[in-house]
Design a protein. Sequence first.
Length: 319
Amino acid sequence: MKTIGVLTSGGDAPGMNAAIRAVVRYGIYNNINVLGINKGYRGLIDNDIEKMDLSSVADIIHRGGTTLGTARCEKFMTKEGFQEALETIRYRDIDGIVVIGGDGSFRGAKELSEAGVKTIGIPGTIDNDLAYTDYTIGFSTALETILDAISKIRDTSSSHERTIIMEVMGRNCGDLALYSGLAGGAEMVLIPEVEINIEEVAEKITQGMARGKKHSIIMLAEGAGDAYGIRDQINEYIGVPIRCTVLGYIQRGGTPVSYDRLLGSRMGANAVECLLNGNNNVLLGTKNGKIFDMDIEEALNMKKKFDDKAFELTKILSI
Ligand code: F6P
């Protein structure tokens, strides 16, 4: 293992920089040349690659986003684009690649590993939508950002005695809405994992008002619908003032919280260890506080378990 490459792909996530830093420094510590591949798989196709040294990753551990840049590269999934990427890997004498990203990025990692490239995946996405790992890098920071927004929304919704629907990201996974809803004391959580019954939602708002609740916060996962559409549907049953907030890309940025930095640092070093030990074509994850690795295909075939206890608890605590 003489030369390895590292790339970040898909949506950026706070803590990715800690992972890049760890791959680079742990690699150099082990006498490996580390190449930074810019803009995800796009950089492999375009040979947009730079040699990393210790200072390339100085002062980045506290920064959100990814200093390598990222992209959702459709060309990489075409035969032609994939071949160009493989040519760059050969041309640059890259012996192994660390891919930091989410589900889509790992599909690319699987293709690479099947083509004979030693590949390790580090889960970096705010969505926490990967079944095989308890947490992904970026999820905790995004949760904090959402919680901060909930507190601010609470100020205005209580002042005006309004119901507010806050739509958050997560693609097809409700984790960001569910856990921020539980931690933020939301009245309701609407997520793709549980079918939405608008009549019940309207009923719960009415019941709350009847027993003196002055305002309500409804957390909505983007995968469960859009805030304005849901508001209009609720208003078909009850005519209460409902406002909507779509939190958007603010959830992806910001200084990573300690958990994401620690996860990034540990997984970055672990990825290099895997390549050094010949433990290739795996995804790294965390279970019960420990880092582990799992075959890429096996990990991607797992189905995410829904945390019905957290969902029920949110309901009980908001009666
Ligand atoms: O995967 C992270 C994520 O932020 C999702 O929550 C969201 O649906 C998506 O990326 C947005 O993607 P884009 O940056 O391409 O608009």
